[in-house]
Design a protein around this ligand. Sequence first.
Ligand code: FES
Length: 134
Amino acid sequence: MSQEEMGRRALLVGAGCAALAMLGACGSRGEESPPGPKPGDVLAPTSGVPVGGGLLTQTGVLVLQLHEGQFTAYSAVCPHQSYLVRPPDSDGIMTCTGHQSKFRASDGVRVDGPALGNLVPVAVKVSGADVVRA
Ligand code: FES
């Protein structure tokens, strides 16, 4: 296997772990990750998510309301070294607390910094007055 193939494979494994960490299925350094939200779990009250911004939940999910009544979410776990990413600023950019990688709030795509991947989307829906994991 070439060096490039090994790097690509490591990247895919890392991205997979970030996604699986949301489900509590992937550990780091031999430790078990805290369980992520399961379908139906309440992430935040809709009233707690600012329009044009977002909220970082205790389960490591960034819940966003970029347009009134439209909720989206990403894992806040940075694909670089797993620090948490902050909710979007007024320019719609979410910045990692670790090494300042930057991601677009509109689609989670990395726009700057050492992270090589994008943020992992989390499916959400509104149920009553809450945003829940779909
Ligand atoms: S952990 Fe996010 S940029 Fe390093």
